[in-house]
Design a binder for this molecule. Structure first.
Ligand code: GDP
Ligand code: IMO
Ligand code: MG
Length: 419
């Protein structure tokens, strides 16, 4: 068998969590391949609304195994809070969750370094989620990191102290007040929580499961425009959010990737700093934010909103080799007479369909389409989709050359149409 991948094609928050939850019954194993608690994946079912940060979005189904892959970074404090909330919902997490020994740990001092770095940047800050993501991946590639497997070794505390001291030395370059100790007790309690789970060589396990004929779904975090290589650098996250990240983040070969399911919103959002060509800083942007409840699932920050950007979408499709598109949140556009789609940019006096090196300079060029002007949140069949919405979808399919196979028209698990 091959592993299918669900990933975000925009600036994150496309609705990946909901989609993974909906697709889980078709799979045996759900596995997260990168990112950490900077992610907030929202699931809604049976009047429950739940936000996941490090745990895969298949966790609320009965029969599936969920694996946190080696590409993920884990904050033990947040992980423990997350597991407690899931136990309260009656899930036998210990039976269902496995964690790669090679996943890296976010230390309290990583979070402080993140905050100090952002404070020092001032107006040029990334707008990070302040979860310590950047510093943790820096220690990973700098070959200084602490991994989940280290917690089983006798010298774990010494290794922890060594890395913490390195961070204290580094923090001297910042004018920043901090207190590492205040979080350490909770952090070590989180380490004890991690110990309760099966800590595995996930690369062996996932490849073995695939060889046995098990169906594996790889869940990405963030989105392609936040990818460390291909996103709007430096306003990106610190991991490979793209399909290739599923290979390095799980230890599966490119030849073992099956369907690449790219999730996108029917419009665009971005949280944090950085260029966003189609951003609407007017009343329309506000309408999208309020109707779409566009507030960060992790930080609560208001998300910046704008029209769908096909230049960026096509770029993401190219980088990921997307085989199927999944569109979410078209229900949010229901009140608009006219909906705009960006099909190219004006750049230094020329029209281009290429994503430029400096996205800040791109001036979006739009086509206009008639809105559907009706509530679609109750539509559950393909035939129930209004004609104008079908035209919107057809246009996207024609422009990208990729079929939109799933349409989500509301946050609940049941609000889904397979086309
Ligand atoms: P993720 O990070 O990609 O998993 O997305 P988030 O959970 O951060 O943000 C998506 C938000 O939109 C969440 O509040 C979801 O409950 C909600 N959502 C997902 N799909 C839809 C949809 O089709 N329509 C509406 N109105 N909301 C949706
Ligand atoms: P999900 O998985 C949206 C953004 C931050 C910031 C930048 C870097 O829920 O889609 P970081 O904390 O990673 O160093 O922040 O990336 N960001 C996200 N935006 N959704 C996410 O995850 C994000 N994770 C990080 O706002 O601009
Ligand atoms: Mg999110």
């Amino acid at each position: 068998m091959k592993a299918d991948v669900v990933l975000g094609l925009q600036w994150g928050d496309e609705g990946k969590g909901k989609i993974v939850d909906v697709l889980t019954p078709k799979y045996d194993v759900i596995t997260r391949f990168q990112g950490g608690p900077n992610a907030g994946h929202t699931l809604e079912f049976n009047t429950i609304k739940h936000v996941l940060h490090s745990i895969p979005s298949g966790i609320f189904h009965k029969d599936q195994i969920n694996i946190i892959g080696n590409g993920v970074v884990i904050d033990p404090v947040i992980f423990k809070k997350e597991t407690e909330a899931i136990y309260r919902l009656g899930v036998d997490l210990q039976q269902k969750l496995r964690i790669s020994r090679k996943a890296h740990l976010i230390l309290p001092s990583h979070r402080i370094l993140d905050a100090a770095s952002e404070a020092a940047k001032g107006v040029t800050k990334i707008g990070s989620t302040l979860k310590g993501i950047g510093p943790t991946y820096m220690d990973k590639t700098g070959r200084n990191g602490l991994r989940v497997g280290d917690i089983l070794q006798h010298d774990f505390k010494a290794k922890y102290d060594h890395l913490k001291q390195k961070h204290i030395d580094l923090l001297r370059i910042y004018d920043f007040v901090y207190n590492i100790e205040e979080n350490e007790e909770q952090w070590f309690a989180g380490i004890e929580e991690i110990r309760r789970y099966e800590l595995i060589d996930s690369e062996y396990e996932i490849n073995h499961l695939l060889s046995e004929g098990k169906k594996v779904l790889a869940e990405g975090a963030q989105g392609t425009m936040l990818d460390i290589d291909f996103g709007s650098y430096p306003f990106v996250t610190s991991s490979s959010t793209i399909c290739a990240g599923a290979c390095t983040g799980l230890g599966i070969a490119p030849t073992r990737i099956g369907e690449v399911l790219g999730v996108f919103k029917a419009y665009c959002t971005r949280v944090g700093s950085g260029p966003f060509p189609t951003e609407l800083e007017d009343e329309t942007g506000k309408v999208l934010r309020e109707k779409g409840h566009e507030y960060g699932a992790t930080t609560g920050r208001p998300r910046r909103c704008g029209w769908l950007d096909l230049v960026a979408l096509k770029y993401s499709i190219l980088i990921n080799g997307v085989t199927q598109l999944i569109m979410t949140k078209a229900d949010v556009l229901s009140d608009f007479d006219i909906i705009r789609i960006c099909t190219g940019y004006q750049l230094q006096g020329h029209f281009t369909e290429h994503l430029p090196y400096d996205l800040q300079e791109a001036v979006p060029q739009y086509v206009e389409m008639k809105g559907w002007k009706q509530d679609v949140s109750e539509v559950t069949t393909k035939s129930g989709i209004p004609e104008a919405l079908n035209r919107y979808i057809d246009f996207i399919e024609k422009e990208t050359g990729i079929p939109v196979t799933i349409v989500s028209l509301g946050p609940d698990r049941k609000q889904i149409i397979f086309r």
